[in-house]
Design a protein around this ligand. Structure first.
Ligand code: ATR
Length: 277
């Protein structure tokens, strides 16, 4: 019997998750299937119930359903609870378990693939929406000295208060509008805003990148204005493709108890992307 998994989203046609999980399964000899499933915008829960009825063991969840998935779960991990969003569902004994592997995916990509330590580094997280919340806990656990900049001040403050209350980091998260960080250099600058979609640039400048800084855009597939600015400042740059593969590896591990090698799979996804462009 093949164990069935899926990714649910809308849109979902261009999802790379089936390719990634097929590569993990082949590499680790796991007998699974993994398909991309489109759910209507008002039909996420019905789709999940349908998958459970058809014997699926789990599913990944992508835009725009991560918040709905969060609400649907019977049990949540701490990182999913704090993220307020779920990207990995496990169906077991008539219950839905929710986790969020995005933040661990980001941290693994930075520390293992890019070989850059996060511990004790100053990190500027740009954005205070869903994408930002998803990565805060793993960044703090990795020892980041974290600041959060957001266009709308109260959202940055809310994010910082949410996590500062738990006293998880070495220092409290510093929160403000972008202007508050003017001329403050950071070792790592992470773009978790949605500006890449509209080709906008948050209000940062070359002075926000320290010497040898890493600029990480959680978007992938195109050069965003943020990455262009970072390159101009001489920073090392990375997009979110490695994070995509790493968050998938963590989900695969949760489901199968086996950790796949991610580097060859990152290469596969990169070459598929190059073929397309
Ligand atoms: P996501 O789930 O992708 O995080 P979101 O929750 O809507 O989406 O959050 C989008 C983030 O991008 C927010 O931090 C938003 O800033 P605001 O809180 O001020 O809205 C940020 N963002 C979007 N467009 C932006 C822009 N042009 N400049 C700066 N920040 C922007």
């Amino acid at each position: 019997m093949v164990d069935k998994y899926a990714v649910i989203g809308n849109p979902i046609d261009h999802s790379k998750s089936p390719t990634i999980h097929a590569a993990f399964a082949k590499q680790t000899n796991q007998n699974i299937s993994y398909e991309a499933i489109h759910a209507p915008l008002n039909g996420f829960e019905a789709k999940v119930r349908e998958l459970i009825a058809h014997g699926f063991k789990g599913a990944n969840v992508t835009v725009p359903f991560k918040f709905e998935a969060f609400k649907l779960c019977d049990e949540l991990t701490q990182r999913a609870h704090l993220a307020g969003a779920v990207n990995t569902l496990t169906f077991k004994q008539n219950k839905i378990y929710g986790d969020n592997t995005d933040g661990v995916g980001l941290v693994s990509d930075i520390t293992q693939n890019l070989n850059i330590a996060i511990n004790q580094k100053t990190v500027l997280l740009m954005g205070a929406g869903g994408a930002a919340y998803g990565v805060v806990l793993p960044l703090l656990e990795a020892g980041a000295l974290l600041s959060v900049a957001n266009r709308t001040l109260h959202k940055a403050v809310l994010l910082a208060n949410t996590f500062n209350r738990l006293k998880l980091g070495k220092l409290e998260i510093n929160a403000g509008e972008f202007v508050m960080f003017k001329n403050h250099p950071f070792d790592i600058v992470i773009n978790a805003t949605s500006t890449g979609l509209t080709d906008d640039l948050p209000d940062i400048s070359v002075s926000n990148f320290s010497v040898n800084a890493l600029a990480y855009d959680m978007m992938y597939g195109r050069e965003t204005p943020f990455i262009a600015l970072a390159k101009a400042s001489g920073a090392q740059v990375a997009d979110g493709l490695g994070m995509l593969v790493e968050q998938a590896a963590e989900a695969f591990y949760l489901w199968r108890g086996v950790r796949p090698e991610t580097k060859p799979v990152i290469q596969i996804v990169k070459s598929l992307q190059m073929e397309k462009s």
